[in-house]
Structure formats: C-alpha cells, structure tokens
Design a protein around this ligand. Structure first.
Ligand SMILES: Cc1cc2nc3c(=O)[nH]c(=O)nc-3n(C[C@H](O)[C@H](O)[C@H](O)COP(=O)(O)OP(=O)(O)OC[C@H]3O[C@@H](n4cnc5c(N)ncnc54)[C@H](O)[C@@H]3O)c2cc1C
Length: 291
C-alpha cells in the first residue's frame, strides 16, 4: 500500500506527486487520462497570478513556483523558458486613461505543457511514483491513510463544494512569425505568448460556461484583437485551437487537510503559476500525518 495516493494528474497532482516521491514517500497517482488530456495541457502556462483575489498564500506559492521555474529554465528542463513580458494596463495607475497605454515589463517563466507535463510525469516515475488509470466517483473508493485531492474542476462534484465553477478559456495557436516577447492585457482578456514554433493567442474568460467546443466567432475575435495589439501577427497561419475549463473557486484555491484528505483544487487561471508553491504546502500537510 502506498503512503500517499494522489488523485489527479494535472499540473497540481503531478508537482505534488514529484515532491512527495522525491521526499521519500511511496506515492501512487490516479487519473483516468494522461497529462495531454487534462485542463493543464490547455494552459498557455505563463507565470502570472491571473484574475486572482488578493491572498497572501498566493504570493508565497507564486514566489516559490517562480524561483523553481527559473531554476528549471536555467537547467534546460524541456519546455521551460524565461519569457520577456509586456503587461499593458489601462486601469493602473489612475491617470493611465490619459495615455495611449502604460506598460510594465518583467520576465515570466513559461512552459510548453505538451512537453513539460510528460517530463514531470517521467520525473515522478523516476522517483519511484506509480501511475494508475483510475477514475473515482467518491473518495471512499481510495484506500490508505493519506489522499491528495488534485482533481481540479471535478472536485466541486466530488466534495460537494458549491464554490467551484468553470471559467471557460479558448486559445488559438498560430505559427510564430518570429516573436520573442509576451504581451498581455488583463482587462481585455488578451495575451500573445510566443513559444518555440508557435504563439498562443488568448483568450476568453467565461465564468459558468461548461462548453468545451471551440467557437469560430471567438476564434476570429481572438485573432483580430491579438493582431491589433501585435501587428506582426497579421496573416500568421492558424495551427491549432484549444478550449479548457479553468477550475475556479470563490474564496480562492482550497489547499487544506480534512481528515485523511489533503485538498488541493480550485486554482482557476493560475495553476501553473502556483504549482510548485502549492506542492510544498501539500507536502507539509501530508507530513502532518506522519509527525
Ligand atoms: C485557456 C487557458 C489558459 C490558461 N493559462 C494559464 C497560464 O498562462 N498560467 C497559469 O498558471 N494557468 C493557466 N491556466 C489555468 C491552469 O490550466 C489551471 O489552473 C490548471 O490546469 C489546474 O490544474 P489542476 O491539476 O488542478 O487541474 P487539471 O489539469 O484539470 O487536472 C485534474 C486531474 O484530475 C483528474 N480527475 C478529474 N476527475 C477525476 C476523478 N473523478 N477521478 C480521478 N481523477 C480525476 C483529471 O483527469 C486530471 O488528471 C489556463 C487555463 C486555460 C483553460
């Protein structure tokens, strides 16, 4: 019997699984699907505590994750890079509307999840972690003294947590015309994130919408808005499109222990941004059991 069973194999379950397994625990990770089919694989996956409510926990977790991703980029971890970023805002400072726009520049970690999640999964198994293709309908089906609940949006149903809701996001992938700087404008739900061969154009932010079918009108609007913001995108070939349901939660992520279950869900639009910090917190909560 494993010391810990992590239910959920998105960015939150995988990073927690890695930390626990590398810390010496015997860990099983349960998920009905591989990493490519999770919401985490849809993420533009650029570090930014997007649309989160002010919360000191998030500052700590996002800080830990920032440093970890920066280290990984330095070490050449596949799919991880530090991305120069321009944040365009029209609401802060107060006099911003008097200008054509105010820009903040910083460097943000970014991941290509198609590459990074499989790497994480391999790191988990290399540390002795075991993968099980399992879907649960209740936590009563999960044996053992310690269970991590990293089921994302499904946690709402599994835990009867009415604060959990989907925030639909649609993104468009275009061939990279040579961009190297990320541009974002939170007020317009706009982002342009260059990766290797492609650029992620976003996006939509639709609270309460469960529809995972791409919407052609949204696609056209995203391309038009992004091209207006970054004219070099004009005519770039569309090479893909994705829709995902961000696991949002009123009151912010739930990361706490309840009996034998350590809950870790509700990361909304910032799961990658908070991942390694949350994994540390989950490890601490799991350790409480043994201490
Ligand atoms: C368009 C879009 C863009 C985004 N961009 C960013 C970004 O730039 N930066 C950022 O930080 N975040 C971003 N996000 C948010 C990020 O994707 C999420 O916060 C993150 O994926 C949540 O991870 P998770 O592991 O909690 O959930 P998921 O990735 O959804 O993983 C949940 C896991 O639980 C499993 N599971 C579910 N139900 C069951 C069950 N009954 N039994 C067993 N297993 C189950 C699933 O199969 C899956 O393995 C974006 C999201 C979207 C949609």
């Amino acid at each position: 019997m494993a010391d810990v069973i992590v239910v959920g194999g998105g960015i939150i379950g995988l990073t927690a699984g890695v930390r626990l397994a590398e810390g010496g625990a015997s860990v099983e990770l349960w998920s009905p699907v591989g990493p490519a089919e999770t919401v985490s694989a849809v993420a533009a996956a650029v570090w930014f505590p997007s649309r989160s409510e002010p919360d000191p926990r998030l500052v700590t977790w996002a800080g830990v994750a920032y440093r970890e991703f920066a280290r990984q980029a330095e070490d050449g971890v596949p799919g991880v890079r530090m991305l120069p970023t321009v944040n365009r805002s029209r609401t802060d400072p107060w006099w911003a509307p008097a200008t054509p726009g105010v820009e903040t520049r910083f460097t943000a970690p970014a991941c290509e999840m198609e590459i990074y999640l499989p790497w994480l999964q391999e790191r988990f198994t290399a540390a002795g972690g075991r993968l099980r293709k399992r879907e649960i309908t209740t936590f009563d089906e999960v044996p053992g003294d310690t269970v991590v609940n990293a089921t994302g949006l499904a946690a709402g149903r599994l835990c009867g947590d009415l604060a959990v809701y989907p925030v639909r996001g649609q993104v468009v992938l275009v061939r990279n015309p040579g961009l190297t700087t990320s541009v974002r404008d939170e007020e317009r739900s706009l982002y342009v994130h260059p990766r290797g061969a492609d650029v992620v154009l976003g996006g939509t932010f639709e609270a309460g919408n469960w529809d995972v079918t791409p919407d052609p009108a949204a696609r056209a609007a995203i391309v038009a808005r992004c091209t207006e913001a970054v004219p070099e995108l004009a005519g770039a070939e569309i090479v893909g499109e994705k829709v995902g349901l961000r696991p949002a939660r009123r009151g912010g992520p739930r990361v706490e222990r309840e009996g034998r279950i350590v809950h870790a869900y509700g990361h909304g639009g910032a799961g990658m941004t908070l991942s390694w910090g949350c994994a540390e917190e989950i490890t601490r909560l799991v350790d409480l059991d043994n201490g």
